[in-house]
Ligand binder design. Structure first.
Ligand SMILES: [Zn+2]
Length: 158
């Protein structure tokens, strides 16, 4: 799910992954650079191209793929690619994807670089506008401590 909203200064339409709601971002438009907070998703600004139905269908597909005896990860990646390419064929919009390091830690293993590399590979080098580092705070589920961590904000056309 993604949130679309307009820069309050230059009015550029921006699309941001819903997980970035509440994060402060800098407008990627040259000569603008307005700092703004990503709004929380609501029914009026959720992108109509991504209804709940499509993610449910994706999950279902995943479910049926599991018993097949071939590299399941590779199959899923291959399935995702055409969807992104089709989306890119339409009107290209400036999009922002925030990848937080904590979201990439699986079973204590840090896959941050892997996830970022895979994402960059998917959108394609020519569509990357800029890559910025971000800092954010989050509450550790186990200790309830407030931790500071980092991630990247990738601005791309798609
Ligand atoms: Zn702007």
């Amino acid at each position: 799910m993604e949130i679309t909203f307009n820069c309050p200064k230059c009015n550029q339409e921006l699309a941001v992954d819903a997980s970035a709601a509440g994060s402060e971002i800098t407008c990627p438009v040259q000569n603008c650079g307005e700092k703004m907070v990503v709004p929380a998703p609501n029914t009026t600004n959720i992108h109509p191209m991504n209804p709940m139905a499509s993610s449910a269908a994706a999950k279902e597909e995943h479910h049926f793929k599991v018993p097949v005896h071939e590299g399941p990860t590779e199959v899923l990646v291959a399935k995702v690619m055409p969807t992104l390419e089709v989306a890119a064929d339409g009107e290209k919009k400036l999009r922002i994807r925030c990848i937080k390091r904590t979201e990439c830690v699986e079973v204590g293993k840090d896959k941050f670089e892997e996830v970022v590399s895979a994402f960059l590979g998917k959108i394609g080098e020519t569509n990357v506008v800029s890559i910025n580092t971000i800092n954010y705070t989050h509450i550790d589920m186990g200790t309830r401590a407030i931790l500071t961590d980092f991630g990247v904000m990738i601005v791309f056309k798609g």
